[in-house]
Design a protein. Structure first.
Length: 387
């Protein structure tokens, strides 16, 4: 059972609903995340605002639940996650795992919350005594999920391929995680690991756009990042896979105009990618040359896409007006410049994702009423139902 809601939940009611009528349940373990008062640097938290990506978030949670059922001998599991404004002390998330024996219930509950915090698309904004800030990723959350992967046998790894297995963790500061077990042996346990629900940005339009059949490349531009520290690239790959796109190529380059232009030409002319998403190098700084490099290889610009990106960004932060990113077509390849921050890249992706398949269709020679074999569902929205 998976639910995303604004209203609070009752732990007792959720346990009863999950286990009532099942005589095989001998142990129930729950984890409850709540809003904690302090953040980094001992800044006092007043409240949180949580957002999610309708459709995609549920899809990721469904995958996580399926993985838990495959790995552990559980009778039933439940995830309830709240969104909206949550004040100090309020509940954020509830994970319940029911099994015949306590070991399986404990392991499944921890597995579910570790993977939820890494894979599920939630974004958290902290309202503090010193202002408002979006929360970035934390290596601890990623490491917790990776530890489960490292412990898997080869056979189990083959059966648990996560559809968007990209490191897009979420911040695990400030919350209180409470784990309780109740079973036929009357055991009781309590653990607190300080995690709230997660962090990043953006609001989609209510569905998951279909990029089925589109071959995508992600190019990160930065003088300081590497493959282990590429939050925006990781986030974009996760989103591409969630929309059904094919991740064909991904790399990182320094902020060098000539190198960027050369790679864009190669990906368009030799690799024949449908879409190239760049992240980084779109600001007003002297090393921010991504727009210039993109124009160097452009056949036709698509000014409406960056206009939408800036418009969507301004709804969250005024500095979004400073982004100079462009969108352009080279041959049959659409190139879209996105900001370098993880939050900005994801917001920007959401702003234009539903239009990308139609642009690719047109660039491939299709008309408004023509269906290309490459893009089977131009600008369609695939609704994902919850179980």
């Amino acid at each position: 059972m998976i639910r995303i809601q604004q209203e609070d939940f009752s732990i007792a009611a959720e346990i009863h609903a999950l286990t009532s009528g099942n005589p095989h349940v001998g142990a129930v373990v729950t984890m409850t995340g709540t809003v904690r008062d302090l953040t980094e640097g001992d800044t006092r938290v007043v409240a949180l605002e949580l957002e999610h990506y309708p459709g995609m978030t549920e899809k990721e949670l469904e995958k996580t639940v399926a993985m838990a059922r495959t790995r552990f001998q559980v009778e039933a599991v439940s995830i309830v996650h709240r969104v909206g404004r949550l004040n100090l002390g309020e509940n954020i998330v509830l994970v319940v795992a029911a099994a015949a024996h306590r070991a399986a219930a404990f392991d499944a509950c921890r597995f579910l919350i570790d993977h939820l915090k890494r894979h599920a698309t939630f974004w958290k904004k902290e309202i503090t005594s010193q202002g408002v800030r979006w929360v970035d990723t934390c290596p601890g959350c990623e490491a917790a999920a990776q530890a489960w992967q490292d412990a898997m046998t080869p056979d189990l790894q083959a059966s648990e391929v996560h559809g968007s297995d990209v490191q897009m963790g979420e911040k695990c500061k400030h919350g209180h995680d409470h784990a309780h077990e109740r079973g036929h042996d009357h055991a009781h346990a309590h653990a607190c690991t300080h995690a709230h629900a997660h962090g990043q940005q953006g609001h989609p339009q209510g569905g998951v756009p279909s990029w089925a059949g589109l071959r995508v490349g992600i190019l990160t531009l930065s003088d300081s990042r590497n493959a282990t520290r590429d939050g925006s690239g990781d986030a974009l790959e996760k989103l591409v896979r969630a929309t059904g796109g094919v991740m064909a190529l991904r790399t990182i380059l320094p902020d060098d105009r000539a190198q960027i232009s050369q790679l864009l030409r190669q990906w368009a002319d030799a690799e024949h990618l449908d879409v190239v998403l760049t992240t980084g190098g779109t600001g007003p700084g002297p090393r921010d040359v991504t727009p210039e490099a993109t124009r160097d290889v452009s056949d036709r610009e698509m000014p409406g896409l960056p206009e939408l990106i800036r418009q969507a960004g301004i709804e969250h932060v005024r500095s979004a007006v400073l982004t100079r990113g462009v969108a352009a077509i080279r041959g049959k390849t659409l190139i879209v410049n996105l900001p370098g921050s993880q939050r900005g890249a994801v917001h920007s992706f959401h702003a234009v994702a539903d239009l990308v398949p139609h642009v690719c269709l047109m660039a491939d020679g299709g008309g408004h009423d023509h269906h290309s074999s490459k893009v089977m569902e131009s600008a369609s929205v695939a609704r994902i139902s919850m179980p």
